[in-house]
Design a protein around this ligand. Structure first.
Ligand code: SF4
Length: 433
């Protein structure tokens, strides 16, 4: 399989773009993680990957979306974008995720990308605004890969995204990118209504045939004002997604990304391990895109290094969550977020101002952490990569006391909520062994 993938990379791509991916995202990305690990050893912290939601507006209305897409347009302006990226560059960061809303609705996006030719960007997009001309400009820039979301068949796509003709417009965006040899990825938020259509070899074969170079299977998170928990996957389906990802990596000549498991298949949260943090369209510095709580904002112009290093909401978010679960805190333990928000006076960063109610209304459920369900990587190349650049960096070993709960219902609940294993308690226990 590795030979077939190498052949695709060498024969199907623009070599200048392949070089930029390998050097800026690969080589420089690798060193940004080594610098992160070095900082952690010195008790310092700065996330090697930043996600920037540059605008809230979007032309679609997706199920389970947490962004105020219909709200008053809010965006991070070019000056603030450049300041943030330049600060992160001084910390060795070389790879940035660009989200929205729909990022291509931000009029200064291409200008912004052009002002940072030395780093790499991944744009999370629905593809609807990637015309042939835009694709040509992305190719000219070379430091950007669009990750285009497909959420189902024609009918399911319309249902999932709250508009008509969604899939055809998305496929046109993908086609425009591939015809212009832009390194392109396709992602899906796997849920009840699309798992049988998209978590298949047939779909992956189609992506390969089209020229798509990588794919990413997210797991549907029931968040936001219309969370639709009934779309969420069961533990058996969560396992199916993980197994499919692990198998596809050794069977198909396509790169498969995931952000929730280390090489041994142990679950992790990239926000808790400090691998990533997020900046919202209003400039709020949040743990991750779906946790719309913050105490800091980039528009206050405090040095990011200072903001990320000081004790407070973000640091305790990482430590307290790591003491309680290896999974997704907003799915499993929204009570922890409420507790932290109260303790630090964290603001609801949404325009709709209903995040606290939404957190209170969440029914805790399993996420990527299902003890006993670990599926190790079969691909030696992925294992190697994860060993050096993507694991929990010792976060959980430091805090987490495995309770070995097999099923969610095994967990002793207090008033429907689990006892929060506080950082102090877990440190105490660890030290007392
Ligand atoms: S809190 Fe959940 S959604 Fe956010 S990064 Fe962690 S696992 Fe992902």
């Amino acid at each position: 399989m590795y030979f077939r993938l190498a052949k695709r990379l060498l024969l199907e791509t623009d070599k200048r773009l392949l070089w930029k991916l390998a050097y800026q995202a690969g080589w420089k990305g690798f060193w940004s993680v080594q610098r992160h690990k070095k900082r952690l050893r010195k008790g310092q912290f700065f996330p090697p990957f930043l996600y920037l939601s540059i605008i809230n507006s979007c032309n679609l209305r997706c199920q389970g979306c947490w962004v105020d897409v219909a709200g008053k347009q809010t965006k991070i302006d070019l000056q603030a974008l450049n300041r943030t990226v330049n600060e992160a560059k001084t910390m060795g960061n070389a790879f940035f995720g660009i989200l929205g809303g729909e990022p291509f609705l931000h009029k200064e996006l291409l200008e912004f990308l052009g002002q940072h030719p030395d780093v790499y960007f991944q744009i999370f997009t629905n593809g609807h605004f990637i015309t042939d001309d835009v694709a040509k400009r992305l190719r000219a820039l070379g430091n950007v890969t669009p990750l285009i979301s497909v959420e189902g068949s024609e009918i399911i796509s319309n249902q999932r995204r709250g508009r008509d003709n969604v899939l055809s417009q998305t496929m046109q965006g993908i086609k425009n990118c591939l015809q212009n040899k832009v390194l392109t990825g396709v992602c899906t938020s796997v849920c009840k209504t699309n798992i049988n259509d998209l978590l298949t070899n047939t779909w992956v074969d189609r992506l390969i045939e089209m020229g798509v170079m990588y794919c990413w299977y997210h797991v549907y998170r029931p968040v936001g004002p219309e969370s639709l928990p009934e779309l969420s996957l069961s533990t058996e389906e969560l396992r199916r997604v993980r197994q499919f990802v692990v198998d596809t990596r050794v069977n198909k000549p396509i790169i498969v990304i995931d952000a929730y498991h280390d090489g041994e298949g142990r679950a992790l949260c990239p926000a808790v391990t400090g691998f990533t943090h997020h900046i919202g369209p209003g400039g709020d510095i949040e743990p991750c895109p779906v946790i719309q709580l913050a105490t800091e904002n980039i528009n206050e112009k405090k040095p990011l290094q200072e903001v990320f290093n000081k004790p407070g909401f973000l640091r305790e978010f990482r430590e307290l969550t790591a003491s309680n679960t290896r999974g997704c805190v907003i799915m499993e333990r929204p009570d922890i977020l409420l507790q932290l928000a109260e303790k630090y006076g964290a603001r609801d960063t949404s325009q709709r101002q209903t995040v606290f109610n939404e957190l209170q209304a969440i029914q805790p459920r399993h996420s990527q952490y299902v003890p006993g369900n670990e599926i190790p990587e079969r691909s030696w190349a992925v294992r190697l990569a994860k060993r050096f650049v993507f694991n929990d960096f010792g976060t959980y070993a430091k805090h987490f006391r495995s309770q070995n709960w097999q099923n969610p219902e095994d967990k002793p609940a207090v008033n429907g909520l689990l006892p929060v294993v506080s950082v102090e308690t877990s440190n105490q226990k660890n030290f007392n062994g």
